[in-house]
Design a protein around this ligand. Sequence first.
Ligand code: COA
Ligand code: MG
Length: 303
Amino acid sequence: MQLQPKRARRCVLSVPGSSEKMMAKAAAIEVDQVLLDLEDAVAPNAKEAARHKVVEALNTLDWCAKTRCVRINDTQTQWCHDDIIEVVMAAGHNLDTIMLTKTKSPADVQFLHLLLDQLELKLELSKRIGIECLIEDVEGLMNVEDIAASSDRLEAMTFGMGDYSASQQMHLESVGSTGDYPPDIWHYPRYKMTIACRAFGLDSVDGPYADFNDLPAMNRESKHALTLGMSGKWAIHPSQVETAQTTFSPDDKVLATARKQKAAYEQALKEGLGAINVDGVMVDAASIRMLQNTLDRADLMGL
Ligand code: COA
Ligand code: MG
């Protein structure tokens, strides 16, 4: 049974937790999810101050985003446990999920899960805080199936191509770039992680594209991710948000076709037919399972 709610994640906007100005700007942006970062966008000497700024932002800003996530430092660092305790103790009521960076094994997730169990009891929180994992190194990718099965708090996994490319020693220019490896250097990790996500009912999210002025490339990468079954993509700059929000929304034409095919199929079933012709396309039970994904996504997005 799914214990965590389903959420739209067409775009996840990453915002440095050390910047009050950017968090205030992000609060006013129409995006499905914001991610307030305590990890790599925050310098080591600014980490502790950033926790307080993130707490303040969660508790005082009026967020357009339905889902508010805090990205914490990984379990190998000295910051991880304090990130969890300080943020949840001070802003647990105003937080939907915690994202664990550099998840390498189920033990990393279980550490966060148990700490959340204790904090929620202490705070008498009525809602359950969800977990999201970043798969961003070779070990995490090797263990991705076990990680996907590791906690019923888990809602989503993100493939983080920046750290991943470093961990595999790929030769690339910037985070998310595709280098000289036609047709697609991200094919294998995106596919592998997405299979694990879908097998365990999780959202599969594509990581960032650092060259934020190159919107055609952002668009292309979003479409690749959508086609293979991912739920959304990160933005690291406000300019990228609309591209991702739009790409991962079923467009009007696709929705109208799906609704028409479903209605025709339901009518055909009453007449004892299992495969029919709708405007020159064969529609059968498998077609309905495919298009139901689109209809479910549209429901989630209120379309
Ligand atoms: N969230 C909210 N606001 C942002 C933003 C973000 N991620 N990125 C930029 N902005 C704001 C800027 O503050 C600026 O606001 P202003 O017009 O009121 O001054 C405006 O958007 C335009 O920004 P711009 O001048 O084009 O970029 P910049 O040089 O200020 O910032 C980066 C560029 C890369 C430093 C910034 O986008 C950033 O920090 N992104 C997030 C990085 C991150 O989270 N990394 C970790 C995950 S990969
Ligand atoms: Mg990373």
